[in-house]
Design a protein around this ligand. Sequence first.
Ligand code: UDP
Length: 423
Amino acid sequence: MKHIALINVHCDPLEQLGSAEAGGQNVYVFHLAKALGKLGYHVDVFSRLNSRLKKERVRLTKHVQFIRLRAGHRHFIPKNRLGPLLPEFISNFLAWQKAKNAKYDLLHSHYWEAGWVTLQLKYILRLPQLHTFHSLGIMRYNALKGYREQSLNTAEIRHRISVEKEITQKANCIVSTSPYEREYLEKHYCCHPDKIRVVPCGVDLIRFKPVDRWQARKKIKASPDEKIILYTGRIEWRKGIGTLIIAVAKLFKHHPELRKKVRLYIVGGNLGRRAEPEVRDEIRRLKDVCREYKIRDRVEFTGAVQQERLHYYYSAANVCVIPSYYEPFGMVPLEAMACKVPVIASDTGGLPYSVRDGKSGILVPVRNPGAISNQLYKTLTDKEFSEKLVRGGRELVKTTFSWKIIAKQVAHAYERVLEKNKK
Ligand code: UDP
């Protein structure tokens, strides 16, 4: 049995999702670990211990466990402030490994800060490293610069990009989540094409399956008579939720008959005392946008919802919108498609990889409320059109994006690296 360490500093895969820094990456690492376990690997997943209430070790199955290492205080620290704590994370990894006599065949790191940690471990332990970026500094900058002032000149972003370049040069393999990211790695990071394996993110088809719409409405206490537009995800400016609110206002302006029949649900972000300051500020701003466009009474902020209950929200919805300004991959469209909801998504980053325009969903230009509003009208009123998208979406996720398929592809990349390393 081969032993794999998945190293993942800021993202605890068992975190409550939808909170400030817990989203797609947490889901990815959790499901990858679980699916690799089923394929016969022994998997240890390492992340930073970020709460006093959490245990240092959680066993998921006989061969998959989650280990939380100390690095700084046991509370949430934003990922851009973890740099000085990374050496402590490395020494605690080595101490844990020594104490448990744990031997690994390879290391698979996630996100650039864990990539740096793992580069050090790679040389100390003489092990091969695979890396998944989940997001790239230059890609993020290029995607966002047209919408809000960005700088490539701060010490923080320069450091991130130089570490990303070092990882692409020194890791044995880069597991990239979309062809779009692959292009970036080759063009902007000079990564050799042979080093890259494109393996997308997956979706849990057992958790995300459609339930009867009216049953789902009951579960989430939604009206059976309204049409629901759904946003699910973290509450962050770059997710484009403000644009979606304006699109809904435009929909009501052009089709006033829909005003009393349509409701927008915004799912995500801790509310109340648990809210992180940046999430609280963004929700306040979004509520102001609703008031400015006079649709506050048609918008529901639910707060973060446990993923076990999310299929009710998807199944209750008539359409799900992913209005991001920047999205390296995007798990939400896959989940919506798995639950048979038509998807409208921004034509950016990794989204066109899963949202095949006109087949499994609709792509719209980034930050364009008019285009979203037109497509909302079409999906809400043209049943045949929506049903076609729903059929295409469900088929696509089943054939391409199940975790079993994804884990086999990642395992194939592991085996190639191990084989090469033997020679
Ligand atoms: N999510 C959740 N509860 C919420 C909001 C989001 O479980 O209240 C999950 C959602 O199901 C998805 C993930 O958070 O799996 C968001 O991933 P995505 O890739 O769409 O965005 P990211 O967080 O990576 O930017």
